[in-house]
Design a protein around this ligand. Structure first.
Ligand SMILES: [Zn+2]
Length: 71
């Protein structure tokens, strides 16, 4: 009599907003510290005119840079 199932259809797995991976499936560049990540973000902004933001990755514990596409 296993008629009661505890499947919650509503809560489908969602992609985490701050990911270890890029949209193309490759691992993102990892930085040891926020300072390193911010330096890379500044460099990228100067070279490409794109604003990036640094965040701590829950997967690897390092820092990654996110762009508008990740939000
Ligand atoms: Zn990571």
């Amino acid at each position: 009599m296993a008629s009661r199932r505890r499947v919650r259809r509503r809560e489908e797995p969602r992609r985490p907003r701050l990911s270890h991976w890029r949209a193309d499936g490759q691992a993102k560049s990892r930085y040891r510290s926020e300072a390193d990540a911010n330096r890379a973000a500044l460099q990228f902004r100067l070279e490409h005119g794109v604003d990036l933001w640094a965040y701590v990755c829950e997967f690897c514990g390092g820092w990654h840079l996110g762009s508008g596409d990740d939000r």
